[in-house]
Design a protein around this ligand. Sequence first.
Ligand code: PMP
Length: 281
Amino acid sequence: RIAYVNGQYVPHGSAQIHVEDRGYQFADSVYEVCLVVDGKFWDIDGHLARLRRSLSELDIEMPMPESALRIVMENVRKRNHLKSALIYMQVSRGVAPRNHLFAKGLVPSVVMTAKRFDLDQSDEKAAKGISIISQPDIRWGRTDIKTTGLLANAMAKNAAHEVGAAEALLVRDGFVTECSSSNAWIITKDGVLVTHPKDHKILGGITRATAFECAQELQLSVIERPFTLNEVFAAREVFLTSASSIVMPVVTVNGRQIGDGAPGPITIRLREAYKAKARAL
Ligand code: PMP
């Protein structure tokens, strides 16, 4: 495997970043995970726009023009001999002697890696549906910025894993925000799709945005509003969205069965519509 690190393509096993990189010491860095389907970048404009926004919210310079980032992403894919892949890209503020204050003129560190991906790889999981549990959302107040400060997310996912669940549904002030690495949706008894509004409390998922479009194309009604855990239990269907799992049906929450305990028909239609859209690229 080949990684890109600050201008060089190096063997993955020996790819290195300095110990005083601010990404390492302060999680002063942002990232993106992009899908490549059959050699074509999927939702790349959305990912690059989100990267630009994350960096700008933190006052970190774009490390290179977007056009150059696209070329590096494509090179990383090719050098790893992958047609379909997940490209991981991380940009930190740079290397400086440890100090909370941002030094002037830092050069951002850029890392990219690639791993194999297939649109169908989560099909088996999706056919069964996943179980999730709720966890308190103890993350900071700007989870809309895609920073690598993911410790609270990692702790929540591990808590889920310990009880055999696949994801943690995060609850803040009585409302579901999202999951540890995906956005959360419910479908009410009236057939309305509901997901948390895109504000400072959630990461605006790129898959969330595309699933939104797919839902509208399927003439489903979608609204963005916060919802409670009780609404989750009462929902007809529950599903999650993320680049790696696409549209993933949820069949139990805190051990309670959702609907009839099988992946819901609307979720399945949405998953199929999403895949068809990605393949038609
Ligand atoms: N929320 C969180 C907290 C995430 O980490 C992710 C995936 N990185 C998402 C939502 C989904 O985002 P996307 O659809 O862009 O993968």
